[in-house]
Design a protein around this ligand. Structure first.
Ligand code: C2E
Ligand code: MG
Ligand code: MG
Ligand code: MG
Length: 284
């Protein structure tokens, strides 16, 4: 009655709501079990440096090898792990795995190993009081130098400032690079650059998609490159799928590119110069 009188919406049970809550709980329990049963993998996608198309860095991306459902996309389970808090444990496992992997490649491949591994970090991890200490421990245990690690954070994770931004300053003090992921898609992308310590802008795929068509996207991709270079930041163009996109991005200044054109995320990328290199050179 009270709810009705004040005009508040009356909450009714609905099968859809119930199903979603059930699904959330069920998936959460499965993620917990998957952690215990070692069902997560980390794959690595090249970030190439033009014009030579050397693999300058890799981005670590998590995969779930579900025994029944097969490969589950992170889009399906990262949001759940973020909401139920398991992202803290999963994220630390990803971080440690990625640091160990690059330390391994450095030991076995020498010069051919990428300079850096970039690890995605959720808002919830970043907001924990000792996140930088967790990173420092992962570096120490793997023997990976801090300069070989970048953390990718989204604009929303750092938008409110607070502990997340404190953590970024602490990470920077360690020598870890900070990358702003999906740059340009947030509410205050440019504003953040004044308040958040950043080294790398990862320009979102949406600006890359139509970079070859005359129009807004090409102009924005170029403007975002100008902002990054004016501020002395590195710019990575995300989601490059064609040689034409690569060429257009190169023309407006981009030297760091990532996308299916250069390689999909895989467990063990080939760090020898990819075939795309010669293809690209004939275009420029
Ligand atoms: P993201 O960090 O922006 O990662 C880039 C996503 O774009 C990856 O999808 C990658 O496979 C995909 N991608 C790369 N190049 C291309 C391309 O040329 N075309 C297309 N269509 N897609 C491309 P993925 O691996 O499915 O990851 C999706 C998102 O899930 C990531 O977006 C990130 O936000 C989140 N995620 C993935 N791994 C982790 C992780 O270890 N920790 C956290 N916290 N989030 C993760
Ligand atoms: Mg990322
Ligand atoms: Mg990204
Ligand atoms: Mg993106």
């Amino acid at each position: 009655y009270a709810a009705k009188q004040t005009g508040e919406p009356v909450r009714r049970w609905s099968p859809a709501l119930d199903e979603r809550a059930g699904e959330f709980v069920r998936l959460g329990a499965e993620i917990r079990a998957a952690l215990d049963n070692d069902q997560f993998r980390v794959v690595y996608q090249p970030i190439v440096e033009l014009p030579a198309a050397r693999v300058a860095a890799v981005e670590a991306l998590v995969r779930w090898e579900h025994p029944v459902r097969g490969l589950v996309s992170p889009a399906a389970f990262i949001p759940v792990a973020e909401r139920n808090g398991l992202i803290v444990e999963l994220g630390e496992w990803i971080l440690r795995t990625a640091c160990r992997q690059l330390a391994d490649w450095r030991a076995t491949l020498g010069e051919l190993a990428p300079d850096r591994v970039s690890v995605n970090v959720s808002a919830r991890q970043l907001a924990r009081p000792h996140f930088a200490a967790t990173v420092a421990a992962a570096l120490a245990d793997s023997g990976l130098p801090a300069s070989c690690l970048a953390v990718e954070v989204t604009e929303t994770a750092v938008f409110e400032g607070g502990q997340a931004v404190v953590a970024l300053h602490e990470l920077r003090a360690l020598g870890v690079r900070i990358a702003l992921d999906d740059f340009g898609t947030g509410h205050s992308s440019l504003g953040l650059l004044q308040t958040v310590p950043v080294d790398i802008l990862k320009v979102d795929k949406s600006f890359v998609d139509n970079v070859t068509a005359a129009g807004r996207h090409a102009v924005i991709a170029e403007a975002l490159y100008q902002v990054s270079s004016g501020l002395g930041l590195a710019a990575v163009a995300e989601g490059v799928e064609t040689a034409e996109q690569a060429e257009a991005l190169y023309k407006v200044g981009y030297r760091l590119l990532q996308g299916y054109h250069y390689g999909r995320p895989v467990a063990d990328p080939d760090f020898a110069l990819p075939a795309a290199m010669s293809e690209f050179r004939t275009h420029v």
